[in-house]
Design a protein around this ligand. Structure first.
Ligand SMILES: C[S@@+](CC[C@H](N)C(=O)[O-])C[C@H]1O[C@@H](n2cnc3c(N)ncnc32)[C@H](O)[C@@H]1O
Length: 130
């Protein structure tokens, strides 16, 4: 669990936080030449404001967040939008190297971090990088 994003905060977040404009998604799709073969990682996905609309543009989306309440609501939103190609993973930025191990030969075509970079542990060294 992360401090500050559980319970009511997550509920309000899902209810009131604005989504990203389609033009922003278009720009990402063009810049990364995304196709329906691609996997995309949304790190710090929150309640799915980026991951859910991205899902229809790519092969699959991994939404990763350390806060279970945020992740649960992202999953609910995806279900309401009939999104079936999103996987919701409980984890923080420090878990990304382990996710890479899981993915084997495949790697995400793009990783997005929407309004969450400042919560991450910039100073910590990834175990696999030492
Ligand atoms: C302001 S919300 C942004 C959510 C979403 N990306 C968006 O654009 O609406 C920040 C999110 O970062 C997550 N977070 C906090 N610390 C994190 C970390 N160390 N690694 C990954 N995500 C983290 C929180 O749980 C929260 O869901």
């Amino acid at each position: 669990m992360t401090v500050g994003f559980s319970g009511d905060v997550a509920e309000y977040y899902a209810k009131f936080r604005r989504g990203y404009p389609p033009q922003a998604l278009d720009a990402l799709q063009t810049a990364f030449a995304l196709t329906t073969d691609d996997i995309v990682l949304d790190l710090g996905c929150g309640t799915g404001q980026l991951a859910v609309p991205l899902a229809s543009r790519v092969g699959s989306v991994i939404g990763m967040d350390p806060e279970p309440d945020m992740l649960r609501l992202a999953r609910d939103t995806a279900a309401r939008h009939d999104v079936r190609n999103a996987t919701w993973v409980l984890g923080a930025d420090t878990d990304v190297p382990a996710l890479g191990e899981l993915m084997g030969q495949r790697s995400p075509a793009m990783a997005v971090i929407g309004q969450a970079l400042h919560w991450m542990h910039h100073g910590e060294q990834c175990p696999s990088a030492s």
